[in-house]
Design a protein around this ligand. Structure first.
Ligand SMILES: *[C@@H]1O[C@H](CO)[C@@H](O)[C@H](O)[C@H]1NC(C)=O
Ligand SMILES: *[C@@H]1O[C@H](CO)[C@@H](O)[C@H](O)[C@H]1NC(C)=O
Length: 274
């Protein structure tokens, strides 16, 4: 028998449990920078082979104005050899990094931005058709995250909503080169009632707060089968609000920005026997 639990593979039956949170550090801008996102891009196109990014929002919880890159986990831990860069401007903490590009909601628009991290220049700016924006249908307890970018084993996605579907979660698969929408799925889950979401192997997982110390992964939408599901996996948290979650398919870690702290969780998957 062979268990298919290799990193980057989808030969598993989904998440069955999650580790305790591992607190890496406070974000470099300090405790008042409660909002933001962070993660790891371990793409083949990163010249350094490993890239950690940290993108706190301004204390208004809206404006993404600066971010830092580190070429190793040790550098991140020691706050060493950072490249610190400015952009004009992103909105909300739905940012993701994939293959050496940063994807974010361009400030006060329904546009998606694709920033080249080698040059800090905008490579593509494209409208996400009919997307609600500017805090219309953000997440519960988290403002300005109308657009939440996600990366899974198959590439780049965006989680958002429109006026037409009255704030329910929509999931679009994007062409990462052009930001064209390749396919869209409509769920029945109201976006402002979930606190965050991420995608693994084409399955959207959504969270909601249970109390100030616990969050629950409670809802799934499988884009492969177009089926919704209910699950209950409890995530312990250090502070009250999970501002963002970024899944990395190559190490299968959730990178969580928890009220200014950079936190990691390991995921435990259901093995599938072949
Ligand atoms: C889930 O993981 C936690 C550690 O985070 C552990 O304490 C618990 O026993 C696990 N639950 C199951 C059902 O394996
Ligand atoms: C994405 O767009 C590029 C450039 O137009 C194209 O070459 C590529 O085939 C597209 N990929 C998919 C999956 O549609």
């Amino acid at each position: 028998c062979i268990f298919s639990l290799l990193t980057g593979s989808c030969g598993h039956g989904g998440i069955v449990n999650i580790s305790q949170p591992y607190v890496v550090q406070l974000n470099w801008r300090g405790f008042s920078f409660k909002y933001g996102s962070w993660g790891r891009d371990s793409s083949l196109r990163t010249p350094q082979k490993d890239l950690y990014w940290v993108a706190p929002l301004n204390p208004d919880g809206r404006l993404l104005e600066s971010y830092r890159l580190h070429n190793s986990y040790d550098d991140l831990l020691l706050l060493k050899n950072a490249r610190e860069l400015n952009i004009q401007y992103g909105e909300g903490s739905g940012t993701a990094v994939y293959n050496n590009f940063m994807y974010y909601n361009v400030y006060n628009s329904r546009d998606m931005g694709k920033l080249n991290l080698n040059t800090n220049t905008l490579a593509v700016r494209k409208t996400l058709p009919n997307a609600a924006y500017s805090n219309r249908f953000s997440y519960a307890g988290v403002g300005w995250q109308d657009m939440d970018f996600a990366v899974d084993e198959s590439g780049l996605w965006v989680i958002y909503s429109t006026e037409d579907n009255k704030g329910k979660v929509m999931i679009s698969k994007l062409n990462e080169t052009t930001l064209d929408v390749l396919h869209t799925w409509n769920t029945r889950q109201y976006k402002p009632s979930i606190s965050n979401a991420f995608i693994i192997c084409g399955v959207l997982y959504a969270t909601r707060p249970v109390n100030t110390r616990k969050e629950e992964i409670f809802y799934t939408y499988d884009t492969n089968t177009e089926q919704e599901g209910k699950i209950s996996i409890i995530m312990d948290k250090m502070l009250e609000t999970i501002q963002s979650i970024n899944y990395n398919p190559s190490d299968r870690v959730l990178y969580v920005y928890n009220d200014g702290y950079l936190v990691k969780y390991n995921l435990i998957f259901q093995p599938v026997l072949h």
